[in-house]
Design a protein around this ligand. Structure first.
Ligand code: IMP
Ligand code: MG
Length: 368
């Protein structure tokens, strides 16, 4: 298993299988283009290995040209094709073999075909190393296919995930993650606990509340609990490593879970990193940070109201409430940034009925 950026990939197609498939394509092209002088039009960047392998085995004279278009974002094909580098010199009247690494939706090749028609080429054929017939939405023929694959996202032999993986000699495919791991955030009074209870039932997730984990470890006098207590007794903050170790123990106790709702953790950048690293060891990761967003004034009013009936002193003093809110904002700002950089931050409007908020949360979580 290998990791590229935030995703994990497992071995899929060996170098030997690749070269056998390449040879199959070469034999057919050599046959079809006997005595002709085709132009191999390589689609950059991904197709350069495949192009290099087939063109070097071409019997006879040929020429080369390159074109660069962009359509993929991350692991998703987009319909918008832009030409980054056009054909040069003119291909008018030529017999062109388009060389592509992979045909997925078919959008890229369709755009290239349009360009070739404008160029008034004599003929064109398409050679691709990989082809995903189940994803293909077009009806033009694909003349030479190295290998058909299902709708897996693959890397290696020129193919990349956000720039990485092209140099691999083996094809790897994206390993589906089994777990849905969510970091749930919300300011005090936003109803995070209530929502966590609903969400854990709905998605069959294990809810890990840092506060509960601490209390459990201290109450049961576990080794980590005692360690944490020793810091607390001195009036010191419990070091990150101790908190993280407690969380790890909790995760390891529930390896069969569909995933986790982390609540009250991470609180710092280094905790977030440690959590990512820990989950990465298991081939897992955080799917998203979901944060309930509620305006400060609304929360203050809500908590003051709660204070009237609950008698909780920390809910009766407006300046204390505002302090708690500001502390929350400062802390989460860092984490928001951390997860935003990975496109994993999802703010959810936390104003409304419990059911409405649940619905909004589920909309986000379903998409993770
Ligand atoms: P299409 O336009 O949807 O046919 O996508 C073709 C382009 O998307 C290819 O040239 C690749 O750059 C990229 N692509 C499609 N599938 C994959 C994949 O599984 N791994 C990496 N890139 C891919
Ligand atoms: Mg490509």
């Amino acid at each position: 298993m290998i990791q590229l950026h935030d995703l994990f990939f497992e071995e899929f197609i060996s170098a030997t299988q690749i070269s056998q498939a390449v040879n199959g394509v070469v034999v057919r092209i050599n046959d079809d283009y006997k005595g002709r002088k085709p132009v191999f039009l390589t689609v950059l960047n991904g197709a350069f290995f495949f192009a290099s392998d087939i063109i070097r085995k071409f019997d006879g004279n040929c020429e080369m040209s390159f074109i660069k278009v962009a359509s993929y974002k991350g692991t998703q094909s987009t319909g918008n094709i832009s030409t980054v580098m056009g054909v040069e010199p003119s291909l008018k009247g030529r017999d062109v073999i388009i060389v592509e690494d992979i045909v997925d939706s078919g959008n890229t090749i369709e755009a290239i075909i349009k360009i070739l028609q404008q160029e008034e080429v004599n003929s064109y054929k398409i050679a691709t190393m990989f082809y995903k017939p189940l994803a293909f939405t077009k009806n033009y023929p694909i003349d030479y296919v190295g290998m058909e694959i299902e709708n897996d996202f693959i890397v290696g032999y020129g193919l990349d995930y956000d720039g990485l993986g092209r140099n691999l000699n083996t094809i790897y495919k994206l390993k589906p993650r089994k777990m849905k791991n969510i970091v749930l955030f919300g300011p005090p009074g936003a109803g995070k606990g209530t929502q966590a209870d609903v969400l854990k039932e709905k998605y069959n997730l294990k809810h890990i509340s840092t506060g509960d984990v601490f209390r459990y470890n201290i109450k049961n006098e576990t080794e980590l609990g005692m360690l944490a207590k020793s810091f607390m007794n001195k009036g010191d903050l419990v070091p990150d490593e101790v908190t993280i170790d407690m969380l790890k123990t909790e995760v390891d106790k529930n390896v069969d879970a569909n995933g986790f709702i982390f609540d009250g953790f991470p609180r710092t950048n280094s905790q977030a990193k440690a959590l990512d690293e820990f989950l990465a060891e298991k081939g897992e990761g955080i799917n998203g940070m979901v944060a309930l967003e509620v305006a400060e004034d609304l929360l203050v009013a809500r908590l003051l109201k709660r204070g009237e009936t609950s008698g909780r002193p920390d809910d009766q003093d407006e300046s204390k409430i505002r302090n708690r809110f500001n502390e929350y904002e400062t802390k989460t700002a860092v984490l928001k940034e951390y997860y935003q950089e990975q496109n994993k931050y999802f703010g959810v409007d936390g104003v409304g009925s419990i059911e409405d908020i649940t619905e909004r949360l589920c909309e986000v979580i379903d998409g993770l």
